[in-house]
Design a protein. Structure first.
Length: 301
């Protein structure tokens, strides 16, 4: 197995490894690289759907996607698809999968099946590197904050992205997931801190008014959008990519109109991460924040 980092912030490329025939030792090495780099691009793979599922199950129970259509005969695998006559793609903006779940899926495993002749790359951002690059003042400001995340604004009835996706999304009535997560997440495997907010699913900062929350989130998004925290995955036939939702953003580029792109996806198991909620309860702050959130909701009504 040969491993080559793709950037200082995120990503590692692995060659000379067959995911369909993994030893326990090789899997342990992959796990370490995954936690260290946040994203792995495995090259030159020939996985059947059964191989894809078996590799995902080595990480734990598969988290079946609620909103994407499943691959025929394999309900564990979701279709990530853009047809030649479609103008919008899936995942066409910076986001973190499943942050709307109270216990989000650890990561995703995507396999290249059909690719456009040009374009269709995926960009990744390293959230630990982005956190490290914050000023001391901004680190202090976000250290104890939490943010609200939801699924309805992307997958729910009337959501623009769901309308653009057409029949590629379904189950809109089930888009009721809401969760509160720390703005600064401590990775449960590495202990590294990283930012855990994203423009797709994060709705607001708990305990802030709407204007203050929007300003802070936009500042964090602008910071994380700097190229120094990114890498770009250029898909090729036989590429399998896996990323850690706890420490990365990703963005599927929509620059291949008139061509088909099909990459079946499996979400790996839900994993609980650290939270500031218990500490705040001990400090007596949690009840005050809850009351402030209730007042905020009543003002919107």
């Amino acid at each position: 197995m040969r491993a080559s980092p793709m950037s200082e912030a995120v990503g590692v490329e692995i060659r000379d490894l067959d995911l369909g025939h993994l030893t326990d030792s090789a899997f342990a090495d992959i796990r370490d690289l995954f936690h260290e780099h946040g994203m792995i691009a495995f090259r030159d793979q020939e996985l059947t759907p059964e191989d894809h599922i078996a590799f995902a199950e080595r990480w734990g129970e598969i988290d079946i996607n609620r909103f994407f259509h499943p691959v025929a005969g394999h309900p564990q695998i979701a279709e990530v698809l853009k047809e030649p006559d479609q103008t919008s793609n899936i995942g066409g903006g910076w986001h973190t999968d499943h942050s709307y779940d109270q216990v989000p899926a650890m990561g995703s495993i995507l396999k290249a099946v059909e690719l456009p002749a040009t374009g269709g790359d995926t960009k990744f951002a390293g959230m630990s590197a982005a956190y490290d690059g914050l000023s001391d003042d901004l680190k202090a400001k976000v250290e104890h904050l939490e943010a609200h995340h939801g699924s309805a604004q992307v997958f729910g009835t009337g959501a623009a992205e769901a309308a653009n996706a057409g029949d590629r999304f379904g189950n809109a009535d089930a888009a009721v997931q809401e969760a509160v997560h720390p703005v600064v997440l401590t990775h449960p495997e590495t202990g590294r801190q990283g930012l855990y907010v994203n423009a797709a699913f994060t709705t607001h900062i708990i305990g802030m008014d709407e204007e203050e929350s929007r300003a802070l989130l936009f500042a964090l998004y602008a910071h994380c959008s700097q190229d120094e925290y990114h890498t770009t995955l250029k898909w090729r036939p036989g590429t399998v990519a896996m990323w850690d939702n706890r420490s990365t953003w990703h963005w599927a580029l929509n620059d291949y109109h008139g061509q088909r792109r099909y990459l079946p996806d499996i979400a790996s198991p839900p994993r609980r991460h650290s939270s500031t909620r218990e500490r705040r309860k001990k400090e007596g702050k949690w009840e005050r924040l809850q009351e402030k959130e209730k007042r905020r909701g009543r003002k919107k009504e």
